[in-house]
Ligand binder design. Structure first.
Ligand SMILES: *Cc1c(COP(=O)(O)O)cnc(C)c1O
Length: 369
């Protein structure tokens, strides 16, 4: 077997052995036992999102997280609709790319990656442009790890009676989100982030009364969220096209393990502990976090390259990989940075070991002998 390592790259991320083991069975995609697993997943997701069964549904969709975002944008917004995008990183900009490719009328307010999405600017944009029907934004911008003030932003969107589309890809399952109380119309996340499953599908929690209006809106056959919902509901857990059965079974196991851990609050506490340990020990090793601590999510942290000619990201990456840790390159054009994720089956002990390896790298590679 190839040498194992801990993935600090959300995502995919490190999963438990028990999540991987349940993939050893082959499942039939239209069999009743399998469809019951799918239905159970859909119920559990609503429960995790604090969304009631009467008002909300959850729909699973093949593909990575972006497929879920594209399906939602392409299905939710009618031909005469207009989308406002609030972006402070690459994933916000990806929503703009989706709107452009699909020919959806849109406007984007762009913030720098170290700035929170601003409630006042959102309010002003909605006051100025009455054509806007939908607002899309990212909760935790994984580009930097910045955590946008979701609840406050939603208050403004709802005060203006607009439809809210939230990319909660890297936060759902790892932080409490009250979908119904906060007024989210569509929340998108995927199997391989904080639920700690393996990659292969995305899921969308949506307000049924809104999704019900979207028949025929989709700009794509396979990314039609409305049709996917209809088939999943009418055929009690059947997917329209071949479903990623192993991935679905693994996800079900991951949901059970989330419950065993004590639910989202407990998992959130572990991620916070991981992230705070990481920042403290990395600073000790001489690295500086790109964002001030108050703007941080517990999901992923961006660090600046040290001011040292001997440093290259590749040398740090290879050194850590050899020691059993895989980290993430940066995703900013304006700053030289790298990233370390703190989600997945990763615990404070692992973070301590990682930072010991980083310290060894600093003493062996960066210091003069
Ligand atoms: C991971 C992620 C996505 C989806 O990326 P994929 O590579 O398509 O899975 C979208 N938005 C955010 C904020 C993410 O963290």
């Amino acid at each position: 077997m190839e040498k194992p390592y801990i993935l600090l790259t959300p995502g995919p991320l490190t999963t438990t052995l028990s999540v991987k083991e349940v993939m050893l069975k082959d499942w039939c995609t239209w069999d009743n036992d399998y469809k019951q697993i799918v239905q159970s997943i859909r119920h559990k997701l609503l429960h995790l999102g604090q969304a009631s069964e009467d008002l909300y549904t959850s729909v699973l969709l093949q593909g990575s997280g972006t497929f879920g975002v594209e399906a939602t944008i392409g299905t939710a917004i009618p031909i005469n609709g207009k989308l406002l995008i609030m972006a402070n990183g690459a994933y916000g900009m990806r929503i703009q790319d989706i709107a452009r490719v699909l020919g959806i009328q849109h406007r984007t307010i762009i913030f720098s990656p170290d700035q929170l999405l601003d409630v006042e600017q959102l309010n002003a944009a909605l006051e100025r442009d009455a054509d806007i029907t939908h607002v899309a934004l990212v909760h935790c911008e994984t580009t930097t790890g910045i955590l946008n003030p979701l609840e406050e932003l939603l208050k403004v969107i709802k005060r203006h009676n607009k439809i809210a589309i939230v990319d909660a890809m890297s936060s759902f399952g790892g932080m409490p989100i009250a979908v119904e109380e906060w007024g989210i119309d569509y929340l998108i996340s995927s199997a391989n982030k904080c639920i700690q499953g393996v990659p292969g599908f995305s899921f969308i929690i949506s307000l049924k009364s809104e999704l019900a209006k979207c028949k025929g809106n989709a700009r794509s056959l396979s990314l039609d969220l409305y049709d996917q919902w209809q088939v999943m509901d009418k055929e009690a857990g059947k997917w329209r096209f071949t479903s990623p059965t192993h991935v679905v079974r693994a996800f079900y196991q991951a949901l059970i393990e989330l419950e065993q851990e004590g639910g989202i609050e407990k998992r959130y506490a572990r991620y916070v502990h991981n992230q705070q340990t990481l920042v403290r020990l990395m600073e000790h090793a001489g690295f500086t976090a790109f964002l001030p601590e108050v703007l941080h999510s517990p999901i992923i942290t961006t660090f600046e390259y040290p001011n040292n000619d001997r440093f290259t990201f590749e040398s740090l990456y290879e050194f850590l990989k050899e020691k059993g840790f895989v980290i993430y390159p940066g995703k900013l054009s304006e700053a030289e940075v790298f990233r370390i994720g703190t989600i997945g089956d990763v615990h404070p002990e692992d973070i301590v070991k990682l930072c010991e390896a980083v310290s060894t790298y600093v003493t062996t590679t960066l210091r003069e002998c």
